[in-house]
Design a protein around this ligand. Structure first.
Ligand code: NAI
Length: 386
């Protein structure tokens, strides 16, 4: 069986982490299925490589291919600050309605972490990706638009908006909230996970975040007997417990009782903060995998940026891309190959053979280059017991 995977190298350290990671996935697939399955890699141009070849950072051919694709995976894409073109990541999310940003966060033995028990963190964050204050509806202070909208709010709706305020709009819909929560509950059921927690700030933003909570419970109720509310959860083994937490309390819980949480479902902004905070809790963003999904396309990605200072030095950590590839293999139903990648990575890290970013906080570690790390992993995967 051959599966087509579209891939985008990305900018900065993109080419280096790709050179390290791709042989590992290919070796894992070969090992897991005795050569009976393989990945067919089809490159799509994006970012600097695309500008060099076509003058356009996101060429039409790339968009056309992605509109037909089921699965794609990308390295980091640079975004010019304060000018130039718009973020390609945001463009991709909006163009393809990639409404669910999914980030599993777990600790790898040996990785230095800022908390005493990083091993208790094993969560998958489902972040709504299209709505909320990220919808990009903002008006700068003093502009005619801000004055007009401020006037409407004050004069017609009686809202206490100060003159001259900058304004932003936070749209949240039943459709957007429910499809995200359904996906989170489905994931928990498919993976035998104990709970889904709706993370919201509904005590303050009653009609947006509060509505997310209410719609979330309604969406979860569609799963009938397979789920149970937290208050009824005693003696309901095997069911997914649906609970909710106010976002600020969730940040405390993540530090104090992380073992009580497995799947989190959240609006855009909370999810953004939570993803990075949890990744930091287990030792940094360099190792966190991610995927942005619509109902038809799953776009896997390294969650870090282009790391311009590390680029070209063969020191980058390919871990995030590698684990995103493992998620992709799992998504394809090739779980055996996914496990091989994760186990090989876990084993090499436990042996303290790591890239410099991890070695720096790991006493006794042996730092290796990005390319050497990739070669070690490929050898490990190829020789691993199944
Ligand atoms: P960054 O993630 O590139 O770097 C932050 C820090 O982490 C730097 O010290 C960097 O050297 C280090 N780092 C990141 N990934 C690493 C890896 N794999 N191995 C070793 N060290 C690593 O974030 P920054 O500097 O804010 O952004 C740089 C560029 O990347 C910007 O243009 C930004 O827009 C873009 N970006 C793209 C993302 C994406 O494509 N998903 C996500 C975040 C940023």
């Amino acid at each position: 069986m051959r599966k087509t995977v579209y891939w985008m190298e990305g900018d900065g350290i993109g080419s280096e982490i790709w050179r390290a990671a791709r042989p590992v996935w290919d070796a894992a697939v070969h090992r897991a299925y005795n050569g009976q399955r393989s990945l067919e890699w089809v490159e799509l141009l994006a970012g600097e490589k695309a500008v060099a070849a076509t003058g356009n950072p996101l060429p039409q051919e790339t968009l056309d291919a992605l509109s037909r694709a089921e699965v794609a995976i990308k390295g980091p894409l640079g975004t010019p600050v304060g000018g130039g073109f718009r973020s390609l990541n945001v463009t991709l999310r909006q163009t393809f309605d990639l409404y669910a940003c999914i980030r599993p966060v777990r600790w790898f033995k040996g990785v230095s972490a800022p908390v005493r028990h990083p091993e208790r963190v094993n969560m998958v964050i489902f972040r709504e990706n299209t709505e909320d204050v990220y919808a990009g509806i903002e008006y700068a202070a003093g502009t005619p638009e801000a004055r007009r909208l401020g006037g409407l709010l004050r004069d017609e709706l009686g809202a206490g908006v100060p003159e001259g305020a900058a304004l932003g709009i936070k749209p949240m819909t039943e459709h957007g909230s429910k499809r995200l929560v359904r996906r989170a509950v489905r994931y928990a059921l498919d993976h035998g996970l104990p709970s889904v927690t709706l993370v919201h700030k509904g005590n303050i933003m009653k009609y947006t975040e509060g509505a997310f909570r209410a719609w979330g419970y309604e969406a979860a109720a569609e799963f009938g007997d397979a789920v149970v509310l937290e208050k009824d959860a005693d003696n309901c083994a095997g069911k997914v417990v649906i609970k909710d937490r106010i976002a600020d309390a969730m940040f405390q819980e993540a530090l104090l009782h992380p073992e009580q949480y497995s799947v989190l479902a959240s609006p855009n902004l909370n999810g953004d903060y939570l993803s990075d905070a949890l990744a930091a809790q287990v030792g940094g963003l360099g190792m966190a995998p991610g995927v942005n999904m619509s109902d038809s396309l799953a776009l896997f990605e390294a969650t870090h940026g282009t790391a311009p200072r590390a680029a070209g030095k063969d020191i980058a950590n390919p871990g995030s891309l590698l684990l995103s590839g493992a998620l992709m293999l799992e998504h394809l139903g090739w779980s055996e190959a996914a496990r091989l990648v994760e186990q090989a990575l876990g084993s090499v890290i436990a042996d303290k053979t790591v890239t410099p970013d991890l070695a720096v906080d790991m006493p006794g570690a042996h730092a290796v280059s990005c390319s050497e790390f990739g070669r070690l992993l490929t050898r490990k995967v190829s020789g691993m017991d199944m």
